[in-house]
Design a protein around this ligand. Structure first.
Ligand SMILES: Nc1nc2c(ncn2[C@@H]2O[C@H](COP(=O)(O)OP(=O)(O)OP(=O)(O)O)[C@@H](O)[C@H]2O)c(=O)[nH]1
Ligand SMILES: [Mg+2]
Length: 315
């Protein structure tokens, strides 16, 4: 199969038929073999009914419905597990991303050998203050920490080599950083392509300003995970040991001083050195324990369930 299109969605029933027709038109005129996988993340409108009716007339349409709303990352994760196409394309369901970009994206992955191509909505059609400015700041921070020169990390339209989506583990709200996850997984041919962006035609936006706050926190997590995620002891163990040694030296000095040089001087507990020593030793021990616990957790593979699927079509 050439292409899998993965479409995570929440309450987009008005757009789905139009989006489906458009994708199929592009696929047929380029003679691609394809599947379209809709992941309905607990919509409360008619989205799932629309997906069911589309799947009845076209067996290339596949669907996953979550029991409740788990978030875009979980939806992408579930979709990525199932895709069979050589190239995997993700896009938003609200008709803001144009399926006409598919052939060029496909070409870049298959013929130019890229691992991941991220869309760049260079000209955007949404409110300047609410979206554009926070988004510029956010992308600049993401570029700095990740070392990836992308302008639009959060663009819903992206194309991946199949191996890439099978190697990244998208969880939490990490869908904004899939290029970073891919880079951490060892895929280096990552680039961007300017894509069309359209104003939302139907329905309402699902993300507010809080996405940027969460986005920044996730960025710190990702930076940290990529550096120390597999070896917490190297950070916490080092910090802990250094602090403990500092504390110990202070305590040692206080003891020697009291015993041999100033037995009649101030009480040890009246000297500032005592508090420095106490605090650094306690914090140092805690850092050390944090690193140790981190290592133990890493070695105990967690099998927590991250979402529950209520229905499936053609899968
Ligand atoms: N699976 C899943 N998809 C979601 C969720 N929230 C939004 N989406 C989908 O993610 C895509 C992008 O969401 P939008 O609300 O369009 O965000 P946006 O494009 O930045 O905002 P607008 O410009 O106002 O449309 C759409 O296809 C949504 O249906 C969610 O909780 N789960
Ligand atoms: Mg949108």
């Amino acid at each position: 199969m050439n292409i899998s299109v993965v479409i995570p969605l929440l309450n987009e029933d008005e757009s789905l038929n139009e989006l489906y027709d458009w994708i199929v038109k592009v696929m047929q005129s380029n003679r691609y073999s394809y599947e379209i996988l809709f992941i309905d993340d607990g919509s409360t409108d008619n989205s799932w009914k629309v997906i069911e009716s589309l799947s009845k007339k076209d067996s290339n349409v596949k669907g996953i419905r979550f029991q409740r709303n788990y978030g875009k990352s979980q939806a992408l994760n579930a979709g990525f597990k199932k895709v069979k196409g050589d190239v995997v394309i993700t896009m938003d369901a609200d008709l803001q991303d144009s399926p006409d970009e598919i052939p060029e994206l496909y070409n870049l992955i298959v013929n130019e050998g890229f691992d991941l191509i991220s869309g760049w909505k260079k000209k955007r059609y949404d409110s300047k203050i609410r979206k554009n400015i926070p988004s510029k700041l956010f992308n600049a921070a993401a570029r700095k920490t990740s070392g990836l020169k992308l302008h639009d990390f959060n663009c819903g339209l992206k194309a991946y080599k199949n191996e890439v989506v099978k190697s990244v583990d998208v969880r939490g709200e990490m869908h904004r950083y899939i290029p970073v996850l891919a880079k951490n997984a060892g895929f280096n041919k990552i680039d961007e392509k300017i894509v069309e962006h359209q104003a939302r035609k139907y329905g309402v936006t699902k993300f507010g300003i809080d996405r940027f706050i969460n986005g920044f926190l996730d960025l710190i997590t990702i930076w940290f995970l990529s550096k120390f995620g597999k070896r917490p002891m190297h950070l916490f163990g080092l910090l802990g040991t250094v602090m403990f040694v500092i504390g110990f030296l202070f305590a040692f000095y206080l003891g020697i001083d009291k015993l041999f040089f100033n037995p009649a001087g101030r009480l040890i507990t009246e000297r500032p050195h005592f508090y420095i020593s106490l605090i650094t030793m306690v914090i140092g021990t805690q850092f050390f324990l944090a690193g140790f616990l981190g290592e133990i957790i890493l070695r105990t593979k967690s099998k927590e369930k991250r979402y529950s699927i209520s229905k499936k079509i053609n899968l």
